[in-house]
Design a protein around this ligand. Structure first.
Ligand SMILES: [Zn+2]
Length: 193
């Protein structure tokens, strides 16, 4: 099975472009590099933007929930002028807001790399499991890649549950997109879902 990293449509037979969203699929093992990313600015599949901002983004999904829960507790306290107990739901609200802002910032940085990033050839440095976190008993893959900006080595790290990450191997060449104004905003192309 080959899964489109942009919209998660699965295909039995590999193809270079997803029929559903038009995004390129990752090259097959043994293929050197996929086709070069199109020139910036790039248009991203809408479904991918939604996934990066929301459905795959724990912080932007959970943050607003904290705000709502905090407000549900806070409003009756405000109505009854209970100022001191307001601290606890207040922390919830503030925590939820900063969580959301963090998630949004990460999402926009990633999307910027895809939209306006400069394309360079990089390589996979390391593929392993991230044992510091797990969801439903599964560890995500941790993929480290290197690329050069003005002769200086830069590193990017992706933590993902995309099983295609396990097909990557150290030394494999990959396309990397990075924001020239801020090279820490980078991504491999095509993405890992
Ligand atoms: Zn797709």
């Amino acid at each position: 099975m080959h899964t489109c990293p942009w919209c998660t449509t699965s295909y039995v037979n590999w193809q270079s472009l997803c029929q559903q969203c038009g995004g390129p699929l990752a090259p097959l093992m043994g293929q050197e590099l996929g086709p070069e990313p199109p020139p910036a600015p790039r248009k991203l599949p809408k479904v991918y933007v939604q996934r990066v901002r929301w459905t795959q983004n724990i912080a932007t999904m959970v943050g607003p929930g904290f705000v709502v829960v905090g407000l549900l507790f806070a409003i009756p306290m405000i109505v009854n002028k209970l100022w001191l107990p307001l601290l606890a739901p207040g922390f919830f609200v503030l925590g939820g807001i900063s969580m959301f802002r963090y998630g949004w910032k990460i999402a926009e940085a990633r999307l910027r790399a895809f939209r306006i990033g400069k394309a360079v050839k990089g390589s996979i440095y390391q593929v392993g499991s991230d044992t510091s976190q797990h969801v439903n008993g599964r560890y995500p893959s941790r993929v480290v890649y290197h690329f050069a900006v003005d002769g200086q080595r830069q590193e990017g790290i992706i933590t993902t549950f995309d099983t295609t990450a396990a097909r990557l191997f150290a030394g494999q060449p990959v396309w990397v997109l990075y924001n020239e104004a801020e090279p820490t905003e980078n991504a491999i192309y095509p993405p890992l879902s």
